[in-house]
Design a protein around this ligand. Structure first.
Ligand code: NAD
Length: 493
């Protein structure tokens, strides 16, 4: 048969595209090379990392690390032990629950699935090579490439030996390393660095650029840095790693003293250099390379069919309707330009299915939130102050600290702030930036307001339940006009 809609790859972009297409009545098939559906996000990315972030945060709290004071809650803790194996098993159960959920959704809505590597051989034709070597060719009117991305590597470092890890291995360590070096202070570096720091590793983050989370509003980035440093992170910014040598023994020199058992055997000493050419040695039992990801386009047959990609980044070039340079072939998610985020891929998946069904599928790229799941969390949507200044946009700023929010104080999670940037002339919300408890949830209100073209005054006049963290968002909106209630500031008539 000829399918109406065939998707290669079942990550958040691909599986959402397939489900939406099936909802719209298109005969739909999915080709996936791995055993489980869900792609990087569900198997070796967002979901397992969040499972470990939650477990490790619980452990750090009970250990009274990171400023947590459990005894102040009137709770006394006896002997506390880490069972890393059980923590990893729970993580895997979470992954299995969600990946099998995708399987059930596919079955329930009548999507045909094929296990194997998909390759486009001609317009409308996809060859599927099954793991056991069998090949078959499928026909489809619309083909969607959704194969995602893989970790970028640095030529000076090996991967998979001498303790060098990508995010995939860093999600499954068998022991807590004594010392962990993280190269790259993006989302992966800070999230996985947080997991292992909470479990007892000494973590040093080395970032090439001058701030952590480059691209993030710099006030929020600075505040996040100081919070992480208080948690025990060592952070070197504006630092380049020149190379490494093997340490010959555990770089931590304290194997057996770490929370989860012995540190990894071996270890390396990295040499980092700052902007002033000052060199610093960073010993590490393991080194996490978290320097970005690159689109996974191998095996797809792009070059043979003349499907155009961007020079350098390798991302597939698409038009406004996600169509590649070959008619009937579309690409979405990490394969195409834009932030490599699961929710961006999902939106593109919905849009491409709607376009294939003759509907006007669209993605609003101005309101894609980004979240970093450290504790406290970091979340933002829209323009940073730096971007507004660069573009010459006049704005007003309202900020509100969590230490003045009743719920945050009751939770003992007072660090951080909400910051709202609004157009000086129209009051339209241009950007919202948060570092604080459950920032990942708080940002949703900001995204909705921005989607509707709302103003800071709209948020300020909206009733927010008390006592809740979202009240901090409302207070920041009031602060845009100098009339926040729970902090002293400018008083307006
Ligand atoms: P990233 O692009 O977010 O961060 C990589 C960091 O490495 C940057 O700060 C960059 O300046 C730095 N860097 C690059 N080369 C370096 C070098 N030689 N030495 C030191 N630093 C160097 O990438 P990531 O953290 O690896 O994540 C990959 C992708 O996955 C990103 O697009 C990210 O947004 C996405 N992701 C998102 C989440 C989330 O939304 N919470 C979580 C994980 C990953």
């Amino acid at each position: 048969m000829t399918y109406d809609f065939l998707v290669i790859g079942s990550g958040p972009g691909g599986y959402v595209a397939a489900i939406r297409a099936a909802q719209l009545g298109l005969s739909t098939a999915v080709v996936e090379k791995e055993e489980r559906f869900g792609g990087t996000c569900l198997n070796i990315g967002c979901i397992p990392s969040k499972a470990l972030l939650d477990s490790s945060e619980l452990y750090a709290r009970l250990c009274q690390r990171d400023g947590h004071d459990i005894s102040a809650h009137g709770i006394k803790i006896g002997k506390l032990e880490l069972d890393l194996k059980a923590m990893m098993a729970r993580k895997q159960q979470v992954v299995e629950k969600l990946t099998s959920g995708v399987d059930q959704l596919f079955k329930g809505i009548g999507i045909r699935t094929f296990r194997g590597t998909g390759r486009i051989t001609a317009a409308g034709k996809v060859e599927v090579s099954a793991p056991e070597g069998r090949k078959q060719t499928l026909s489809a009117r619309n083909i969607v490439l959704a194969t995602g991305s893989v970790p970028a590597t640095l030529p000076i470092f090996p991967t998979g030996k001498d303790g060098f890890l990508t995010s995939t291995e860093a999600l499954s360590l068998k022991n807590v390393p004594g010392k962990m070096a993280v190269i790259g202070a993006g989302a992966i570096g800070l999230e996985l660095g947080s997991v292992w720091a909470r479990l007892g590793a000494e973590v040093t983050v080395i970032e090439l650029l001058d701030q952590i989370l480059p691209g993030m509003d710099s006030e929020i980035s600075r505040r996040t840095r100081s919070i992480l440093v208080k948690q025990g992170f060592q952070i070197l910014t504006g630092a380049r790693v020149l190379g490494y040598e093997k340490a010959g023994k555990s770089a931590s020199g304290k194997a057996g003293k770490t929370a989860g058992g012995k540190s990894a055997a071996g270890g390396v000493i990295l040499t980092a250099e700052d902007r002033g050419s000052k060199k610093q040695q960073v010993p590490a039992d393991v080194v996490l390379l978290a320097v970005g990801r690159r689109p996974y386009t191998e095996d797809l047959g792009l070059a043979e069919l003349g499907i155009k990609t961007e020079e350098g980044s390798g991302r597939i070039i698409v038009d406004g309707g996600f169509q590649t340079s070959l008619a009937g072939v579309y690409a979405i998610g990490d394969l195409i330009p834009g932030p490599m985020l699961a929710h961006k891929a999902e939106e593109e998946g919905m849009a491409v299915a709607e376009i294939a069904a003759g509907k006007p599928g669209e993605v609003n790229y101005r309101t894609i939130p980004s979240v970093v799941y450290t504790w406290p969390e970091v979340a933002s949507v829209g323009k940073s102050e730096e971007a507004l200044k660069e573009q010459g946009v006049e704005y007003r700023k309202g900020a509100f600290p969590f230490r003045a929010n009743g719920r945050a104080v009751a939770m003992s999670s007072e660090e951080g702030l909400v910051k709202i940037l609004a157009d000086s002339r129209t009051d339209r919300v241009l950007g919202v930036h948060i570092v604080g408890p459950w920032a990942s949830d708080l940002i949703a209100e900001a995204v909705t307001v921005m989607e509707f073209g709302g103003s800071a005054e709209d948020i300020a006049r909206t009733v927010h339940a008390h006592p809740t963290l979202p009240e901090a968002v409302r207070e920041a909106a009031l602060a845009v006009d100098g009339r926040a209630i729970h902090v002293l500031g400018r008083k307006k008539s």
